[in-house]
Design a binder for this molecule. Structure first.
Ligand code: UD1
Length: 310
């Protein structure tokens, strides 16, 4: 198949690109390199075209969507606190960018669009685990943007026949997640600091829970979402179905790294949800997904990878 991956040089996007290239597909990675990196695609550099462009650039997207069978739309500003501070910018990238992708898909006859949605759309509904049938209650601009995008996908499926599938990622972690900014994912920051012997900051008491999911599982969910027939317009949780508090996460990291990590507490972050755990029965039943790599095994792989590179 001919495939376009927006955000293809980013953390999750580059893992999707690698898998697709290995399966023999013709893949273009579309990325403005704002957080993505050329070296993320080093392992497949000779087999993939990297298009340096922005999802806010509708004509470019339209041009590169031509002839594609599938688009994986991973490009986004991914940080909840960044969206709280810069809601107009994240609106433009996360909502207008998605609309541009969908418009290009419709115009160019792309059969299917698979979208990187988020557990952030659920907000703080106390009911656990989060099921796809629950009423979304986003608590941040980011959550609104992912939910709005998902609604666009569903309507595009109904109105224009573009087959769309929305994957509500829980907290994805793994190799190539960049720890370099205060907006980075918590595992990338904690692992990086633990390996450098530095302390970490916990926003709040550390009792907040997340359903951490290894990136390899997320790639698998994406491939299934792109190839399973009869699922157009649907949305699926992608997690492990296990909850971990930040304190438990740190205990596990300390055990694997073999040293203690100093912990400092700071006030909770605005827009943060407290509890998050996925019910993954729908994606198991309909897409045959299973979280093959658990959190501890994923952490072991990530830590081994970083040690090897240093
Ligand atoms: C994450 C993803 C988001 C995804 C969502 C799905 C990132 C940057 N964000 O958001 O794209 O859609 O999951 O659930 O990948 N924390 C600390 N100390 C730190 C950093 C974070 O205590 O140094 C805390 C945060 O306050 C939060 C938790 O760790 O309570 C998780 O934060 P973060 O990794 O930024 O993820 P989410 O906001 O859950």
């Amino acid at each position: 198949m001919k495939i376009l991956v927006t955000g293809g040089a980013g953390f999750i996007g580059s893992h999707i690109v690698e898998r697709l290239v290995r399966e023999g597909h013709e893949v273009k990675a579309y990325d403005n390199l704002s957080s993505g990196k050329r070296e993320n695609l080093a392992a497949v550099a000779s087999d993939v075209e990297l298009v340096e462009a922005d999802v806010r650039d509708a004509p470019q997207l339209d041009f590169y969507a031509a002839g594609c069978d599938v688009i994986f739309h991973e490009a986004a500003v991914v940080s909840v606190p960044y969206s709280v501070e810069h809601p107009q910018e994240t609106h433009d990238v996360n909502i207008q960018g998605t609309l541009n992708v969908l418009h290009a898909a419709k115009r160019r006859g792309v059969k299917r669009v698979v979208f990187a949605c988020s557990a952030a759309i659920y907000g703080d509904d106390p009911e656990m685990p989060k099921r796809e049938t629950m009423r979304p209650q986003p608590m941040s601009p980011y959550g609104i943007e992912k939910l709005t995008s998902e609604y666009y996908l569903s309507v595009w499926s109904q109105l224009y026949g573009v087959e769309t599938v929305s994957l509500r990622y829980f907290n994805v972690f793994g190799e190539r997640q960049d720890p370099g900014s205060p907006y980075s994912g918590v595992i990338s920051i904690f692992v990086d600091r633990a390996l450098r012997g530095a302390g970490v900051t916990l926003f709040g008491d550390g009792g907040q829970t997340r359903d951490f999911v290894y990136v390899g599982n997320v790639v698998d969910a994406n491939v299934r979402a792109a190839t399973t027939p009869g699922v157009a317009g649907r949305a699926y949780n992608v997690g492990c179905g296990d909850k971990t508090t930040l304190l438990q996460l740190l205990d596990t990291i300390e055990r694997i790294v073999g040293s203690k990590v100093e912990r400092t507490h700071a006030p909770p972050r605005a827009g943060d949800i407290r509890e998050s755990i996925a019910d993954i029965s729908k994606i198991r039943a309909e897409l045959g997904y299973t979280p093959a790599v658990g959190v501890e095994e994923g952490l072991r792989r990530l830590i081994a990878h970083i040690k090897e590179r240093r």
